[in-house]
Design a protein around this ligand. Structure first.
Ligand code: DON
Length: 320
């Protein structure tokens, strides 16, 4: 066998190949009209629901299909990165005084979930209330450098220097009624301290959610979390133990009150965002992410979930 033949044989034996990703995209396209783009953030209403993309990493190589270059806002996927930074500054037990490790049973911006939770502590860091608390904790540590620290860490996870969209940030800020309700409830219940610089903290949260990524960036992030915190470029981004905690939270809380269904249907730890991205944590040495902005009623990409279900079955990626 020649070297060229050997290389093509190795490619053929890979889990992810172009044909398979295209098969997933073809399947996903059948579902793009089943979901709706997020409309509670006016700027997100402008997204094209027919966009769809997928990116995977295997043997250090990135392969993609569909709208893999298109940029969209990271939204709640950033909550994984925010919690990763929190883990570098606080122990899990310290963090648990402010944000729990329990799955949620209500929408990601639910007020009643917060009201009913023990001592009004947000149940986990991936719902909005939990992520806002995490940003407040990071702000306590990093003060005016907080956003810079977040962007720097996010760029390492995502494999390239990224920045936020001013339009989406402003749009989130002017329509942030639910997030403000959650924030003021947490202030009144003393989860957040009275001295909190509310506007500054919320701005950091909105800007973090407005970071612009493509599905390839999310595949890099997936690789890093799956690979115990070491990025595709070989850089150690987070501790292996922290990567394990993130994977666990993605499995139990990553798709909100759909997490149980997602675990049964797809069986891969994952985190979704209302921009349409879903980042997964698969096997060591692999990366997998999908994108399509039309969402199900829980705020997860409708086609994205279907594509992951398809790939999980085809490639035997189910971890359970
Ligand atoms: O705060 C919000 O509502 C958005 N910036 C993020 C919500 C989100 O992405 C929920 N995810 N599926």
């Amino acid at each position: 066998m020649t070297m060229v033949e050997l290389k093509s044989e190795v490619k053929r034996l890979r889990r992810f190949n172009q044909e398979l990703l295209e098969g997933a995209i073809a399947l996903g396209r059948k579902y793009t009209d089943m979901g709706e783009v997020a409309d509670y953030i006016p700027e997100l209403k402008k997204q094209d629901p027919n966009k769809i993309g997928i990116a995977a990493i295997e043997d250090g190589e990135l392969i993609c299909s569909g709208d893999s270059e298109d940029r969209f806002s990271i939204q709640s996927v950033v909550k994984v990165i925010l919690y990763a930074i929190a883990l570098e500054n606080f122990t899990v037990d310290e963090l648990k005084k402010y944000v729990g490790l329990k799955p949620s049973s209500k929408a990601f911006n639910s007020v009643i979930e917060l009201e009913l939770s023990k001592k009004n502590v947000p149940v986990n860091p991936f719902i909005n209330a939990g992520a806002i608390v995490v940003v407040a904790l990071l702000h306590r540590v990093y003060k005016e450098r907080t956003l810079e620290v977040i962007i720097e860490k996010a760029s390492k996870f995502l494999g390239e220097e990224i920045s936020y969209s001013e339009e989406i940030f402003v749009s989130e800020k002017v329509s942030s009624f639910a997030n403000r309700t959650l924030t003021y409830l947490m202030l009144s219940r003393k989860i957040l301290p009275p001295s909190l610089e509310v506007e500054e903290v919320l701005d950091i949260y909105f800007k973090s959610c407005s970071l612009m990524v493509n599905v390839k960036n999310l595949a890099n992030m997936s690789y890093c979390i799956s690979n115990n915190g070491v990025s595709l470029s070989g850089e150690k981004v987070i501790e292996p133990e922290h990567a394990r905690i993130l994977r666990t939270l993605m499995a139990t809380c990553g798709t909100y009150d759909y997490s149980g269904d997602f675990a049964v249907r797809v069986g891969i730890p994952a985190k979704s965002g209302v921009g349409g991205g879903i980042v997964t944590a698969t096997i060591d040495g692999y990366g997998l992410a999908v994108y399509s902005p039309a969402l199900d009623t829980h705020g997860n990409s409708y086609s994205g979930v279907r594509m992951l279900e398809y790939l999980s079955e085809k490639l035997n990626l189910n971890v359970y």
